[in-house]
Design a protein around this ligand. Structure first.
Ligand code: AMP
Length: 414
Protein backbone atom coordinates (compact mmCIF):
# COMPACT_ATOMS: atom_id res chain seq x y z
CA UNK A 1 0.00 0.00 0.00
CA UNK A 2 2.79 2.43 0.87
CA UNK A 3 5.74 1.86 -1.46
CA UNK A 4 8.77 1.17 0.66
CA UNK A 5 11.38 2.21 -1.91
CA UNK A 6 13.05 5.40 -0.75
CA UNK A 7 13.34 7.84 -3.59
CA UNK A 8 15.59 10.82 -3.47
CA UNK A 9 13.23 12.65 -1.18
CA UNK A 10 9.83 11.46 0.01
CA UNK A 11 7.53 13.50 -2.26
CA UNK A 12 4.40 12.81 -0.26
CA UNK A 13 5.89 14.20 2.90
CA UNK A 14 7.22 17.21 0.98
CA UNK A 15 3.73 18.47 0.30
CA UNK A 16 2.95 18.53 4.04
CA UNK A 17 5.25 21.50 4.60
CA UNK A 18 7.73 19.79 6.91
CA UNK A 19 11.17 21.09 7.86
CA UNK A 20 14.36 19.93 6.15
CA UNK A 21 15.53 18.06 9.22
CA UNK A 22 12.23 16.19 9.48
CA UNK A 23 12.33 15.24 5.79
CA UNK A 24 15.88 14.05 6.34
CA UNK A 25 14.82 11.93 9.33
CA UNK A 26 11.90 10.44 7.34
CA UNK A 27 14.23 9.59 4.51
CA UNK A 28 16.76 7.97 6.81
CA UNK A 29 14.17 5.70 8.42
CA UNK A 30 12.66 4.78 5.06
CA UNK A 31 9.23 6.40 5.30
CA UNK A 32 8.72 7.31 1.66
CA UNK A 33 5.05 8.29 1.69
CA UNK A 34 2.68 9.37 4.43
CA UNK A 35 0.03 6.86 5.40
CA UNK A 36 -3.57 8.13 4.96
CA UNK A 37 -3.92 9.10 8.65
CA UNK A 38 -0.60 10.97 8.48
CA UNK A 39 -1.59 12.84 5.29
CA UNK A 40 -4.84 13.97 6.92
CA UNK A 41 -3.73 14.52 10.51
CA UNK A 42 -0.35 16.24 10.18
CA UNK A 43 -1.48 19.45 8.37
CA UNK A 44 -4.37 19.97 10.81
CA UNK A 45 -2.10 19.54 13.81
CA UNK A 46 0.57 21.83 12.31
CA UNK A 47 -2.12 24.48 11.85
CA UNK A 48 -2.53 24.46 15.62
CA UNK A 49 -5.97 22.84 15.67
CA UNK A 50 -7.21 20.42 18.26
CA UNK A 51 -7.51 17.20 16.27
CA UNK A 52 -9.59 14.11 16.97
CA UNK A 53 -8.29 11.20 14.92
CA UNK A 54 -9.88 7.81 14.58
CA UNK A 55 -7.05 5.42 13.84
CA UNK A 56 -6.00 1.99 14.95
CA UNK A 57 -2.50 0.81 15.71
CA UNK A 58 -0.80 -0.21 12.49
CA UNK A 59 -1.95 2.76 10.45
CA UNK A 60 1.04 4.96 11.27
CA UNK A 61 -0.88 6.89 13.92
CA UNK A 62 2.15 7.42 16.17
CA UNK A 63 4.05 9.35 13.51
CA UNK A 64 0.82 11.20 12.68
CA UNK A 65 1.02 13.02 16.02
CA UNK A 66 4.78 12.70 16.63
CA UNK A 67 5.84 14.49 13.43
CA UNK A 68 3.86 17.70 14.09
CA UNK A 69 4.81 17.69 17.79
CA UNK A 70 8.51 17.59 17.01
CA UNK A 71 8.02 20.26 14.34
CA UNK A 72 6.19 22.55 16.73
CA UNK A 73 8.69 22.54 19.61
CA UNK A 74 9.89 26.02 20.38
CA UNK A 75 13.44 26.25 21.66
CA UNK A 76 14.92 23.55 23.83
CA UNK A 77 15.94 23.10 27.39
CA UNK A 78 12.91 24.73 29.00
CA UNK A 79 10.42 22.58 30.83
CA UNK A 80 8.54 19.90 28.88
CA UNK A 81 6.41 21.35 26.05
CA UNK A 82 4.46 18.26 25.08
CA UNK A 83 2.81 15.57 27.16
CA UNK A 84 1.64 12.31 25.58
CA UNK A 85 -0.56 9.96 27.60
CA UNK A 86 -0.89 6.30 26.62
CA UNK A 87 -2.53 3.32 28.35
CA UNK A 88 0.37 0.86 28.78
CA UNK A 89 4.07 1.00 29.37
CA UNK A 90 4.71 -1.02 26.19
CA UNK A 91 2.92 1.60 24.18
CA UNK A 92 4.80 4.37 25.98
CA UNK A 93 8.09 2.69 25.14
CA UNK A 94 7.08 2.24 21.51
CA UNK A 95 6.07 5.87 21.19
CA UNK A 96 9.42 6.93 22.67
CA UNK A 97 11.29 4.72 20.17
CA UNK A 98 9.27 6.06 17.23
CA UNK A 99 9.72 9.68 18.37
CA UNK A 100 13.46 9.27 18.79
CA UNK A 101 13.67 7.95 15.23
CA UNK A 102 11.65 10.90 13.94
CA UNK A 103 13.73 13.40 15.94
CA UNK A 104 16.92 11.91 14.49
CA UNK A 105 19.55 14.60 13.98
CA UNK A 106 17.65 17.12 16.11
CA UNK A 107 18.35 17.95 19.69
CA UNK A 108 15.10 16.79 21.25
CA UNK A 109 14.94 15.21 24.70
CA UNK A 110 12.16 12.63 24.99
CA UNK A 111 11.43 10.77 28.20
CA UNK A 112 9.13 7.83 28.87
CA UNK A 113 7.61 7.65 32.35
CA UNK A 114 5.71 4.56 33.43
CA UNK A 115 5.27 2.26 36.37
CA UNK A 116 7.10 -1.03 36.74
CA UNK A 117 10.61 0.37 36.69
CA UNK A 118 12.55 2.16 39.42
CA UNK A 119 11.63 5.81 39.42
CA UNK A 120 15.30 7.01 39.66
CA UNK A 121 16.02 6.88 35.92
CA UNK A 122 12.91 8.94 35.26
CA UNK A 123 13.82 11.43 38.00
CA UNK A 124 17.32 11.87 36.54
CA UNK A 125 15.95 12.36 33.02
CA UNK A 126 13.35 14.87 34.19
CA UNK A 127 15.97 16.72 36.17
CA UNK A 128 18.23 17.07 33.12
CA UNK A 129 15.52 18.80 31.12
CA UNK A 130 13.05 17.14 28.79
CA UNK A 131 11.12 18.50 25.79
CA UNK A 132 8.56 15.73 25.36
CA UNK A 133 7.11 13.48 28.05
CA UNK A 134 5.41 10.20 27.17
CA UNK A 135 3.73 8.49 30.09
CA UNK A 136 1.01 6.35 31.53
CA UNK A 137 -1.53 8.44 33.46
CA UNK A 138 -0.74 6.86 36.84
CA UNK A 139 2.97 7.55 36.69
CA UNK A 140 2.44 11.05 35.31
CA UNK A 141 0.28 11.87 38.34
CA UNK A 142 2.93 10.37 40.57
CA UNK A 143 5.52 12.79 39.13
CA UNK A 144 3.08 15.69 39.32
CA UNK A 145 2.61 15.02 43.01
CA UNK A 146 6.34 14.77 43.62
CA UNK A 147 6.69 18.04 41.70
CA UNK A 148 9.30 16.38 39.51
CA UNK A 149 7.16 17.07 36.45
CA UNK A 150 6.68 20.77 35.85
CA UNK A 151 3.63 21.47 33.74
CA UNK A 152 4.02 25.22 33.25
CA UNK A 153 5.48 25.07 29.69
CA UNK A 154 3.26 22.31 28.35
CA UNK A 155 1.50 23.49 25.23
CA UNK A 156 0.62 20.23 23.46
CA UNK A 157 -1.23 17.27 24.94
CA UNK A 158 -1.78 13.96 23.17
CA UNK A 159 -4.23 11.31 24.35
CA UNK A 160 -3.20 8.17 22.49
CA UNK A 161 -5.55 5.16 22.40
CA UNK A 162 -8.04 7.25 24.33
CA UNK A 163 -10.73 4.54 24.15
CA UNK A 164 -8.36 2.09 25.77
CA UNK A 165 -7.36 4.52 28.51
CA UNK A 166 -11.03 5.08 29.33
CA UNK A 167 -11.70 1.30 29.27
CA UNK A 168 -8.91 0.87 31.78
CA UNK A 169 -10.47 3.34 34.17
CA UNK A 170 -8.02 6.19 33.58
CA UNK A 171 -10.71 8.86 33.14
CA UNK A 172 -10.24 10.49 36.58
CA UNK A 173 -6.45 10.49 36.15
CA UNK A 174 -6.68 11.96 32.65
CA UNK A 175 -9.03 14.69 33.81
CA UNK A 176 -6.79 15.49 36.74
CA UNK A 177 -3.82 15.84 34.44
CA UNK A 178 -5.69 17.90 31.83
CA UNK A 179 -6.83 20.34 34.50
CA UNK A 180 -3.18 21.02 35.34
CA UNK A 181 -2.17 21.85 31.76
CA UNK A 182 -1.95 25.64 31.35
CA UNK A 183 -4.33 27.29 28.90
CA UNK A 184 -4.31 27.77 26.01
CA UNK A 185 -2.94 24.48 24.76
CA UNK A 186 -3.40 22.13 21.84
CA UNK A 187 -5.00 18.73 22.36
CA UNK A 188 -4.59 15.83 19.94
CA UNK A 189 -6.68 12.74 20.60
CA UNK A 190 -6.31 9.39 18.86
CA UNK A 191 -8.63 6.50 19.34
CA UNK A 192 -9.46 3.26 17.52
CA UNK A 193 -13.14 3.85 18.21
CA UNK A 194 -14.95 7.09 18.92
CA UNK A 195 -17.26 5.77 21.62
CA UNK A 196 -19.70 8.08 23.44
CA UNK A 197 -17.20 8.22 26.33
CA UNK A 198 -14.40 9.32 24.02
CA UNK A 199 -16.66 11.94 22.48
CA UNK A 200 -17.61 13.22 25.93
CA UNK A 201 -13.96 13.60 26.84
CA UNK A 202 -13.27 15.38 23.55
CA UNK A 203 -16.21 17.74 23.96
CA UNK A 204 -15.13 18.64 27.42
CA UNK A 205 -11.43 19.15 26.88
CA UNK A 206 -10.99 20.00 23.22
CA UNK A 207 -11.73 23.26 21.44
CA UNK A 208 -13.49 23.15 18.05
CA UNK A 209 -11.73 19.88 17.28
CA UNK A 210 -11.17 18.92 13.68
CA UNK A 211 -12.16 15.31 13.15
CA UNK A 212 -10.05 13.00 11.01
CA UNK A 213 -11.64 9.64 10.44
CA UNK A 214 -10.09 7.28 7.97
CA UNK A 215 -11.18 4.05 9.56
CA UNK A 216 -13.25 3.06 6.55
CA UNK A 217 -10.20 3.17 4.31
CA UNK A 218 -8.07 1.36 6.77
CA UNK A 219 -6.04 -1.28 5.03
CA UNK A 220 -4.98 -3.39 7.98
CA UNK A 221 -8.07 -5.45 8.76
CA UNK A 222 -8.85 -6.06 5.10
CA UNK A 223 -5.48 -7.64 4.46
CA UNK A 224 -6.04 -10.30 7.13
CA UNK A 225 -7.45 -13.72 6.30
CA UNK A 226 -9.73 -14.54 9.23
CA UNK A 227 -11.06 -18.00 10.14
CA UNK A 228 -12.83 -19.55 13.04
CA UNK A 229 -12.44 -23.14 14.09
CA UNK A 230 -14.77 -25.05 16.38
CA UNK A 231 -12.76 -27.18 18.76
CA UNK A 232 -13.36 -29.07 21.98
CA UNK A 233 -11.92 -27.31 24.99
CA UNK A 234 -9.49 -30.13 25.68
CA UNK A 235 -8.31 -30.23 22.05
CA UNK A 236 -7.31 -26.56 21.89
CA UNK A 237 -3.65 -27.04 22.74
CA UNK A 238 -3.29 -29.89 20.25
CA UNK A 239 -4.97 -27.74 17.61
CA UNK A 240 -2.59 -24.88 18.34
CA UNK A 241 0.42 -27.18 18.05
CA UNK A 242 -1.00 -28.58 14.80
CA UNK A 243 -1.43 -25.10 13.32
CA UNK A 244 1.97 -23.84 14.48
CA UNK A 245 3.66 -26.90 12.95
CA UNK A 246 1.60 -26.61 9.78
CA UNK A 247 1.98 -22.86 9.20
CA UNK A 248 5.44 -22.33 10.75
CA UNK A 249 4.57 -18.67 11.41
CA UNK A 250 7.23 -16.02 11.12
CA UNK A 251 5.83 -14.22 14.14
CA UNK A 252 2.72 -15.28 15.97
CA UNK A 253 0.84 -13.92 18.98
CA UNK A 254 -1.42 -16.34 20.82
CA UNK A 255 -4.03 -14.54 22.92
CA UNK A 256 -5.33 -16.00 26.15
CA UNK A 257 -7.94 -14.54 28.48
CA UNK A 258 -5.95 -14.65 31.71
CA UNK A 259 -2.36 -14.29 32.88
CA UNK A 260 -2.45 -17.74 34.45
CA UNK A 261 -3.81 -19.15 31.21
CA UNK A 262 -0.93 -17.53 29.31
CA UNK A 263 1.65 -19.01 31.68
CA UNK A 264 0.08 -22.47 31.59
CA UNK A 265 -0.14 -22.50 27.83
CA UNK A 266 3.44 -21.31 27.33
CA UNK A 267 4.58 -24.04 29.68
CA UNK A 268 2.67 -26.70 27.76
CA UNK A 269 4.09 -25.47 24.44
CA UNK A 270 7.67 -25.36 25.60
CA UNK A 271 9.61 -28.33 24.26
CA UNK A 272 6.85 -29.03 21.74
CA UNK A 273 7.15 -25.90 19.62
CA UNK A 274 10.48 -24.02 19.45
CA UNK A 275 10.79 -20.39 20.55
CA UNK A 276 7.77 -19.81 22.80
CA UNK A 277 7.58 -17.08 25.45
CA UNK A 278 4.86 -15.41 27.42
CA UNK A 279 4.26 -11.75 28.16
CA UNK A 280 1.77 -10.25 30.60
CA UNK A 281 1.40 -7.58 33.24
CA UNK A 282 2.94 -9.61 36.07
CA UNK A 283 6.31 -9.97 34.35
CA UNK A 284 9.00 -7.58 35.62
CA UNK A 285 9.86 -4.85 33.16
CA UNK A 286 13.32 -6.14 32.23
CA UNK A 287 11.90 -9.61 31.52
CA UNK A 288 9.25 -8.03 29.30
CA UNK A 289 11.90 -6.07 27.44
CA UNK A 290 13.94 -9.25 26.91
CA UNK A 291 10.93 -11.12 25.57
CA UNK A 292 9.99 -8.26 23.24
CA UNK A 293 13.56 -8.08 21.97
CA UNK A 294 13.49 -11.83 21.22
CA UNK A 295 10.15 -11.44 19.44
CA UNK A 296 11.48 -8.57 17.35
CA UNK A 297 14.72 -10.30 16.37
CA UNK A 298 12.90 -13.53 15.48
CA UNK A 299 14.40 -15.78 18.17
CA UNK A 300 10.95 -16.02 19.79
CA UNK A 301 8.46 -16.63 16.98
CA UNK A 302 5.55 -17.48 19.28
CA UNK A 303 4.41 -15.06 21.97
CA UNK A 304 1.60 -15.99 24.33
CA UNK A 305 -0.05 -12.77 25.57
CA UNK A 306 -3.05 -11.36 27.39
CA UNK A 307 -5.15 -8.56 25.88
CA UNK A 308 -3.79 -5.58 27.78
CA UNK A 309 -0.16 -6.30 26.99
CA UNK A 310 -0.67 -7.88 23.59
CA UNK A 311 -2.44 -4.79 22.40
CA UNK A 312 0.59 -2.59 22.85
CA UNK A 313 2.89 -4.77 20.80
CA UNK A 314 4.27 -2.91 17.83
CA UNK A 315 6.01 -5.32 15.51
CA UNK A 316 5.58 -4.99 11.79
CA UNK A 317 6.01 -8.55 10.62
CA UNK A 318 3.39 -10.37 12.68
CA UNK A 319 2.05 -13.05 10.38
CA UNK A 320 -0.33 -14.92 12.68
CA UNK A 321 -2.78 -14.14 15.44
CA UNK A 322 -4.33 -17.03 17.30
CA UNK A 323 -7.34 -16.21 19.46
CA UNK A 324 -6.77 -19.21 21.69
CA UNK A 325 -9.46 -18.00 24.09
CA UNK A 326 -12.36 -16.17 22.53
CA UNK A 327 -12.20 -12.54 23.78
CA UNK A 328 -14.63 -11.48 26.51
CA UNK A 329 -15.38 -8.27 24.68
CA UNK A 330 -15.84 -8.47 20.89
CA UNK A 331 -13.98 -5.14 20.52
CA UNK A 332 -10.90 -6.94 21.78
CA UNK A 333 -11.07 -9.21 18.75
CA UNK A 334 -10.47 -6.18 16.55
CA UNK A 335 -7.68 -4.95 18.78
CA UNK A 336 -6.07 -8.38 18.72
CA UNK A 337 -6.19 -8.92 14.99
CA UNK A 338 -5.08 -5.31 14.48
CA UNK A 339 -1.61 -6.59 15.49
CA UNK A 340 -1.24 -8.21 12.09
CA UNK A 341 -1.66 -7.09 8.50
CA UNK A 342 -0.02 -3.81 9.46
CA UNK A 343 0.92 -1.20 6.92
CA UNK A 344 -0.63 -3.32 4.19
CA UNK A 345 1.18 -6.57 4.97
CA UNK A 346 -0.75 -9.83 4.90
CA UNK A 347 -1.66 -11.79 7.98
CA UNK A 348 -3.87 -14.62 9.13
CA UNK A 349 -6.04 -14.76 12.25
CA UNK A 350 -7.56 -17.88 13.77
CA UNK A 351 -10.36 -17.80 16.32
CA UNK A 352 -10.78 -20.91 18.46
CA UNK A 353 -14.43 -21.41 19.37
CA UNK A 354 -15.59 -24.08 21.79
CA UNK A 355 -18.89 -25.81 21.02
CA UNK A 356 -20.81 -23.69 23.55
CA UNK A 357 -19.39 -20.36 22.32
CA UNK A 358 -21.68 -19.69 19.39
CA UNK A 359 -22.96 -16.48 20.92
CA UNK A 360 -19.64 -14.69 21.43
CA UNK A 361 -18.68 -15.76 17.89
CA UNK A 362 -21.84 -14.16 16.55
CA UNK A 363 -21.18 -10.95 18.53
CA UNK A 364 -17.76 -10.73 16.89
CA UNK A 365 -19.26 -11.33 13.46
CA UNK A 366 -21.85 -8.64 14.08
CA UNK A 367 -19.13 -6.20 15.09
CA UNK A 368 -16.95 -6.84 12.04
CA UNK A 369 -20.06 -7.10 9.91
CA UNK A 370 -19.14 -10.31 8.18
CA UNK A 371 -19.45 -14.04 8.67
CA UNK A 372 -16.16 -15.71 9.40
CA UNK A 373 -15.43 -18.79 7.31
CA UNK A 374 -14.60 -22.04 9.14
CA UNK A 375 -11.01 -23.18 8.86
CA UNK A 376 -10.71 -26.43 6.90
CA UNK A 377 -8.58 -28.86 8.83
CA UNK A 378 -6.98 -31.91 7.32
CA UNK A 379 -5.33 -34.53 9.48
CA UNK A 380 -6.73 -33.06 12.65
CA UNK A 381 -9.62 -34.18 14.79
CA UNK A 382 -11.00 -31.09 16.55
CA UNK A 383 -13.59 -33.10 18.48
CA UNK A 384 -13.23 -36.23 20.46
CA UNK A 385 -15.08 -39.11 18.87
CA UNK A 386 -18.22 -39.69 20.89
CA UNK A 387 -21.58 -41.32 20.54
CA UNK A 388 -24.07 -39.03 18.81
CA UNK A 389 -26.06 -38.63 22.00
CA UNK A 390 -23.08 -37.06 23.72
CA UNK A 391 -23.82 -33.61 25.10
CA UNK A 392 -20.99 -31.88 23.24
CA UNK A 393 -22.62 -32.89 19.95
CA UNK A 394 -25.79 -31.23 21.10
CA UNK A 395 -23.81 -28.15 22.06
CA UNK A 396 -22.10 -28.20 18.68
CA UNK A 397 -25.48 -28.35 17.04
CA UNK A 398 -26.70 -25.44 19.12
CA UNK A 399 -23.62 -23.44 18.10
CA UNK A 400 -24.50 -23.91 14.46
CA UNK A 401 -28.11 -23.12 15.21
CA UNK A 402 -27.27 -19.89 17.07
CA UNK A 403 -25.11 -18.83 14.17
CA UNK A 404 -27.61 -19.47 11.47
CA UNK A 405 -30.46 -17.90 13.44
CA UNK A 406 -28.55 -14.74 14.18
CA UNK A 407 -27.17 -14.51 10.66
CA UNK A 408 -30.71 -14.82 9.38
CA UNK A 409 -31.73 -12.04 11.76
CA UNK A 410 -28.83 -9.95 10.53
CA UNK A 411 -29.84 -10.47 6.94
CA UNK A 412 -33.40 -9.53 7.78
CA UNK A 413 -32.52 -6.29 9.60
CA UNK A 414 -29.22 -5.49 7.97
P1 AMP B 1 1.63 2.78 14.34
O1 AMP B 1 0.25 2.78 13.75
O2 AMP B 1 2.06 4.12 14.79
O3 AMP B 1 1.76 1.73 15.41
O4 AMP B 1 2.67 2.39 13.15
C1 AMP B 1 2.75 1.12 12.57
C2 AMP B 1 4.11 0.87 11.95
O5 AMP B 1 4.23 1.56 10.71
C3 AMP B 1 5.28 1.31 12.80
O6 AMP B 1 6.21 0.28 12.87
C4 AMP B 1 5.87 2.50 12.06
O7 AMP B 1 7.27 2.54 12.23
C5 AMP B 1 5.49 2.23 10.62
N1 AMP B 1 5.24 3.47 9.84
C6 AMP B 1 4.60 4.59 10.26
N2 AMP B 1 4.51 5.50 9.28
C7 AMP B 1 5.07 4.96 8.19
C8 AMP B 1 5.28 5.41 6.83
N3 AMP B 1 4.86 6.61 6.43
N4 AMP B 1 5.91 4.57 5.97
C9 AMP B 1 6.33 3.35 6.38
N5 AMP B 1 6.17 2.84 7.64
C10 AMP B 1 5.55 3.63 8.54
Amino acid sequence: MFPSAVEDAPPGFHSLGLSRSMLQALKSIGYAHPSPIQAAFIPEALDGNDVLGQAKTGTGKTAAFAIPLIEMLEGRGKGPQALILAPTRELVQQIVVEMKKLAHGQDVAICGIYGGEAIERQLRALHHGVDIIVGTPGRVIDHMERKTLVMTDIFHVVLDEADRMLDQGFRPDIERILRKVPNPHQTLLLSATISPEVRKLAERYMFEAVEVNLSRDEPSVESIAQYYVTVDHDRKIDLLVHLLRRDKPRQCIVFTRTKRGADKLALRLRGVVPGVATIHGDLPQNARNRVMQGFRDGSIPVLVATDVVGRGIDVNDISHIVNFDIPDDPENYLHRIGRTGRMGKDGVAYLFVCPDQGEPLTSIENLINKTLPPLKLEDFEAHRRRAKTDSSFRMLYSTAETRSTSQAALRQFG
